[in-house]
Design a protein around this ligand. Structure first.
Ligand code: PEP
Ligand code: MN
Length: 358
């Protein structure tokens, strides 16, 4: 897949790349005032605002539509800021193009639906506009990838993914679970794909945003999309998670920028030594796992000879309990070791099955 460098269509004002603006464009005054304050920070590369808001239930604020696109043109003119809006269907795209929006983004509720994404891709054929694709609400990397492919198949190479977290059932400190392994998996499949993190929709409240934003940078994400409103208290959508431009300024100043690599020779050497150590430990781990498997095979033979079932509930419960206790005692994360035991046990059952049915 041909994907352009992010820098070529969205150069960062400074590091890290920041996309900011209100959840929704509510009024001319709110849009202009927010843009004015954000522009004054000299940190923003792209001004975001939803003009069509996908709301969970009807009768909530659903955006100002076409009228708001005129306000965004004012933002371009008055502050020389590039703009981006969410599009969810062909008509949104046509209007966004008519009003010269600079970048489009596809929201999480749209990425889930291949029909909608294809409809957007179809009207974008032959159009040269960058598109950012949020992850689908459900934790499905293939669906996210599929949406990116559909947009790319329309001839668009100025593409970025936006990681905004995943829906889950039940209570949690996050509004949407970050599940960092998913953007990492996507990056592994498409190494050239820029990935921008949206800490606002992951957090759902202003307190968590700094931690999520820093974590995104620690993982090497390419930028941040953060909701900012001139007066969050009266925001018509996502009031609890929007920062004032001055709060955003403080947050960005506190972020620690990490580089993909270092030029410091001593640091490179230290990292190299530690990596060698990890390599050795992994070698050892694998030979221990090999030894474990050999014993598992012997157990399989024994069970076969004596007509005993492979799965032994009490033994399994004992293993899980004692390993978890030991883990805690020596300072290892309990749930990490439980997951590892589960993997070992699954493999053990598989190996014994093979032995028995040979
Ligand atoms: C938004 O960016 O305001 C939005 C609706 O986000 P999401 O698609 O991530 O829910
Ligand atoms: Mn929002």
């Amino acid at each position: 897949m041909q994907i352009s460098n992010l820098q070529s269509w969205l150069p960062a004002q400074r590091q890290p790349l920041i996309i900011a603006g209100p959840c929704g464009a509510e009024s001319y005054e709110q849009v202009i005032e927010t843009a004015k304050q954000l522009h004054a920070l000299n940190k923003i590369s792209l001004f975001r605002a939803g003009v069509w808001k996908p709301r969970t239930r009807p009768n909530a604020f659903e955006g100002r539509g076409e009228e708001a696109l005129k306000w965004l043109q004012e933002v371009q003119k008055q502050f020389n800021l590039k703009t981006t809006v969410e599009v969810a269907n062909a008509q949104h795209v046509e209007l966004a193009l008519k009003y010269k929006v600079d970048v489009l983004w596809i929201g999480a509720r749209t990425t889930v639906n291949p029909f909608s994404v294809q409809e957007i891709a179809d009207v974008l054929k032959g159009v040269n506009i960058p598109v950012m694709i949020k992850n689908p609400v459900n934790a499905d990397v293939q669906l996210w990838l599929g949406a990116i492919e559909r947009i790319n198949n329309a001839g668009i190479t100025n593409i970025a993914a936006i990681h905004r977290g995943f829906h889950f059932y039940g209570k949690n400190k996050y509004r949407n679970m970050p599940l960092w392994q998913l953007p990492i998996e996507l990056k592994t499949i498409l190494p050239h794909l820029p990935i921008i993190c949206d800490p606002s929709h992951i957090s759902g409240n202003t307190e968590l945003i700094p931690h999520v934003a820093q974590k995104a940078l620690d993982l090497g994400m390419d930028g941040l999309m953060i909701e900012s409103h001139n007066n969050p208290k009266v925001a018509l959508s996502d009031a609890q998670q929007q920062l004032t431009p001055s709060e955003l300024n403080n947050l960005v100043d506190k972020l620690i920028i990490r580089n993909q690599a270092t030029k410091n020779a001593e640091a490179i050497n230290d990292l190299e030594l530690l990596r060698n150590l990890i390599d050795e430990i992994d070698d050892e781990l694998l030979s221990i796992l090999k030894k474990r498997n050999q014993v598992v095979q012997q157990i399989g033979n024994y069970k076969k000879e004596h007509h005993i079932t492979i799965f032994q509930l009490q033994r399994w419960q004992h293993i899980l309990k004692t390993r978890a206790q030991l883990a805690e005692k020596i300072g290892l994360n309990r749930s990490y070791i439980e997951k590892l035991c589960q993997l070992l046990h699954d493999e053990s059952i598989k190996v014994q099955n093979e032995v028995m049915n040979k």
